[in-house]
Design a protein around this ligand. Structure first.
Ligand SMILES: [Zn+2]
Ligand SMILES: [Zn+2]
Length: 204
């Protein structure tokens, strides 16, 4: 059998190795939009955090077996130009291929930053009584800075506003060993027909 394109010995169907590889792509690469938070400098896809490398790797689409993906990139204004070199196998034949893509970088404020700058909070830990300083210290040591919306003085202690109910309840679980905790809820509004409650934890 000979290659119907160039006449060399055929390797795959009616084609020689070179002609076969020329006609078949190892991978395709998509384009995309990345969001860069101008407050915390982190990159996001629609909702989730990502890195530039991780995002570009996610744009590589293939049905073949890739052995390696190498990315080099440069930033020009609000665009990232990425060269992606993949090597792998198409039907058992090795190929290395280079493709280029452009990613648009849009600046925004991410949800975490919006929550904090707007003093948004889902839970309030109320440190009260003679232990209030110890409680504040303990909460501050457990809560990552990006979930603490605000700390203010109250008559006999502190109000610590936490942006996430889930994280607040984790902190409370830990405090329960040492302190007395009373939980309550307040209706604070409604969003798309769902009632929104804020959790209050009085800790003594
Ligand atoms: Zn050929
Ligand atoms: Zn941010």
């Amino acid at each position: 059998m000979f290659c119907i394109k160039c006449g060399k010995e055929a390797l795959k169907g009616n084609f020689c190795k070179n002609c076969f590889l020329e006609m078949n792509s190892l991978f395709e690469i998509g384009r995309g939009i990345l969001y860069l938070c101008e407050m915390c400098n982190s990159y996001h896809m629609k909702k989730s955090k990502t890195t530039v490398e991780g995002f570009i790797t996610g744009l590589v689409k293939t049905k073949n077996t890739l052995k390696s993906v190498m990315i080099s990139r440069k930033e020009i204004g609000n665009r990232i130009i990425a060269d992606v070199v993949c090597s792998g196998y198409i039907s058992g034949i090795h190929k290395t291929e280079r493709k280029r893509t452009t990613i648009i970088v849009k600046r925004h404020k991410c949800e975490d930053c919006i929550k904090i700058s707007g003093n948004y909070h889902e839970a309030v830990i109320q440190a009260r009584g003679e232990n209030s300083d110890r409680i504040l210290k303990k909460v501050s040591s457990m809560a990552e800075p990006q979930i603490v919306a605000n700390i203010s003085r109250a008559s006999t202690g502190y109000d610590i506003r936490i942006t996430s109910k889930r994280k607040a309840s984790k902190i409370i679980q830990a405090l329960m060993n040492k302190f007395d905790v009373k939980a309550s809820y307040k209706l604070v509004g409604e969003k798309k027909g769902i009632k929104l409650y804020r959790n209050y934890y009085a800790v003594r």
